[in-house]
Design a protein around this ligand. Sequence first.
Ligand code: KIV
Length: 273
Amino acid sequence: MRVSINDIQGMKEKGKKIPMLTAYDYATAKAVDEAGVPLILVGDSLGMVILGYESTTPVTIEEMLHHTRAVVRGSNRALIIGDMPFMTYYHTDLALENAARFIQEGEAQAVKVEGGERVADIVRKIVEWGIPVMGHIGLTPQSILALGGYKVQGKTPDTAKKLLNDARALEEAGVFSIVLEVVPGPLAHLITQRLTVPTIGIGAGSFCDGQVQVISDILGLFPDFVPKHARQYANILEVMKNAIKSYISEVSQGTFPTPSQSFPLDEEILSGL
Ligand code: KIV
């Protein structure tokens, strides 16, 4: 049985922190799921850390569905959230169609959308049609051009108030949780206290109900940039490079493959050829 949105709500109510990670493929999803992470996001960060785009805005729904299906196949227990890409939910009908695709074709159990009051009516409709929605406010990478860069959000009285209003509007519209990305810790704390639904922080301090990270950042799999809010728990790229160098050297020296990686043939058959 997969984790449900009620289980996630229950974790907030019991004061149990909610760990969440991104995953984009079968093998990684298997590792994240077997390690016990209850929420897996197939983030549109896919565009940057897997597909090598400069931002998340070029990511298409087809790319997202392809990777969402792989993550679902690799997991048994976690609740899988499909991230709706840029401009795939800018009006209600389009949003309903695309959210349904994540559930029917991607086999996800929820979707995530970026934005606050602006998307509240759209969120309400998706939820009314039976699809759980996660909100996402603060630094919303799909609006990176309008935000003018990857900067901390909600630092002034007006922008802090706007974030609180956005969070309330999303809760009122029916989201089951909200990602708070790169906002001052004390503001994230206050929003977390004022909301009934869980907040999941990324660069939003330790008082959120849960934390989310891009898996490539915590495993050292994305060489271009490590955000300030990430901690590297491993350096998998280094491990990969060392393993690949050993392979090159053994192939060059003829020490790979050995008989144990090869398939024998009877001498008789060989001599009869
Ligand atoms: O796309 C993504 O990975 C995200 C997380 C950073 C929350 O939206």
